[in-house]
Design a binder for this molecule. Structure first.
Ligand SMILES: [Zn+2]
Length: 405
């Protein structure tokens, strides 16, 4: 049965590619990769730090509107572009996050280095956002009419402390009408993310009396307590199966070099394929920071209340997994076979986590091209071959949304 239906999906995808309207969309993609890259540069050069995405959202709104989509910006800040289908109850949602990890003031000018474009955010998620712009235009040029409504969204709050608020609002908005969600994140066409890695982000902070570096020498120091905790936790064994990870990403504290600080804090990202392992990591982190604090107090011979430790949750991502026999996965794989694209299944932490955790079929895939150095100032993107990613999105969307005769 499974083979039969997989073959049926494959046949229909191949047939779809030959439909004259789809062929028109694919032909537009073949001659328009450079135009898509221009839109990518334009959007990447508009800063979009966490909680500061509105200017980029406005620019994206205009691009979607130019391709005949009905576009609005919702109260969360997401750009939501709809292309209505004949069936009001079916929605295929594609979401590309528009926020970046780079703070306000980062130089986001795109420079060319050979075939590469280099700029913070050029791949993550300039590649994904511009792929949606290209997809919108390809659908417009094809004049294909779909059964289901196609929604393209540039969503906020995927990175850092955004806590997936953008995709949460989109999933709330469309609810049970969602038949599939595709997060378009980064470049690359060689993977399909079907498993959402759970993550917890915490801030640990230590407060104390502070003091003068000379006259109060010997008083407990919150920075030292935090450092001891970090070293303590770094000795904890992290399993490779289920794959898990941690990162101390930001340290804050102190006011001057000759003052004992009165507070210090550290932000930590914990991830795992398994929720139980994630809970174990979090409790190990709490224990380690507590031990670090106790060691600092013991070293200074200070009373137990001289330093206070507090934890604050700054984000949780639920885990979820697309079933191996999901029609959504069969569709993407069949598109890959039609296009001669090889892809493997991946696990990752993306906007797809949220729908997956609610049992809504979802995957994350790339927008095409290649890239690297994500989340660093040297982030790069190479547009060579990006047509493949655009065609993959185009055929996946029309397959999922269904073409009107
Ligand atoms: Zn991303």
């Amino acid at each position: 049965m499974a083979t039969l239906s997989a073959r049926a999906t494959e046949d229909s995808t191949a047939k779809l590619a030959e439909d004259p309207r789809c062929a028109r969309g694919l032909a537009w993609i073949d001659k328009s990769a450079a135009w898509v890259t221009d839109q990518q540069i334009h959007l990447t050069e508009i800063p979009a730090p966490e909680f500061g995405e509105s200017r980029r959202a406005e620019a994206l709104k205009e691009l979607f509107a130019a391709s005949g989509f009905h576009v609005s910006i919702d109260t969360t800040g997401n750009v939501v572009a709809e292309r209505r289908g004949s069936d009001p109850n079916g929605v295929v949602l594609l979401a590309a996050h528009i926020d970046t990890v780079f703070p306000q003031g980062t130089d986001v000018q795109v420079r060319r280095d050979g075939n590469r474009l280099v700029a913070p955010g050029i791949s993550d998620n300039g590649a994904g956002i511009s792929a949606l712009v290209g997809l919108a235009r390809a659908l417009f040029e094809s004049q294909v009419r779909t059964n289901k409504t196609v929604v393209l969204a540039g969503d906020v709050g995927e990175e850092g402390e955004g806590n997936l608020r953008g995709i949460r609002a989109l999933v709330d908005r469309y609810g049970s009408r969602l038949s599939a969600v595709i997060a378009v994140d980064g470049p690359a066409t060689d993977y399909i993310t079907t498993q959402g890695i759970a993550s917890r982000r915490l801030e640990a902070s230590v407060a104390g009396p502070g003091g003068h570096s000379w006259s109060d020498f010997g008083e407990p120091n919150p920075i030292t307590a935090i450092a001891r905790g970090i070293v303590q936790f770094s000795a904890v064994r992290v399993p490779t199966d289920p794959r898990s990870s941690y990162n101390f990403g930001v340290i804050d504290g102190g006011t001057s070099v000759n003052s004992i600080p009165s507070s210090a804090s550290v932000k930590v990202d914990l991830r795992s394929e398994d929720e139980a392992e994630l809970a174990r990591l979090e409790s190990a982190l709490r224990d380690a920071m507590q031990t670090g604090l106790r060691d600092e107090l013991a070293k200074c011979d200070a009373p137990s209340d001289a330093l206070q430790l507090a934890f604050r949750s700054i984000g949780t991502r639920p885990a979820g997994k697309l079933p191996a026999d999901s029609p959504l996965l069969a569709t993407v794989r069949s598109v890959d076979r039609t296009l001669g694209n090889r892809s493997r299944l991946e696990s990752s932490s993306t906007d797809a986590n949220l729908p997956l955790s609610l049992g809504i079929p979802a995957v994350a895939i790339g927008g095409g091209g290649t890239g690297g150095g994500a989340h660093t100032p040297e982030e790069w993107f190479n547009p060579a071959g990006r047509e493949l990613g655009l065609k993959r999105l185009f055929l996946t969307v029309v397959s999922l949304a269904g073409v009107e005769p």
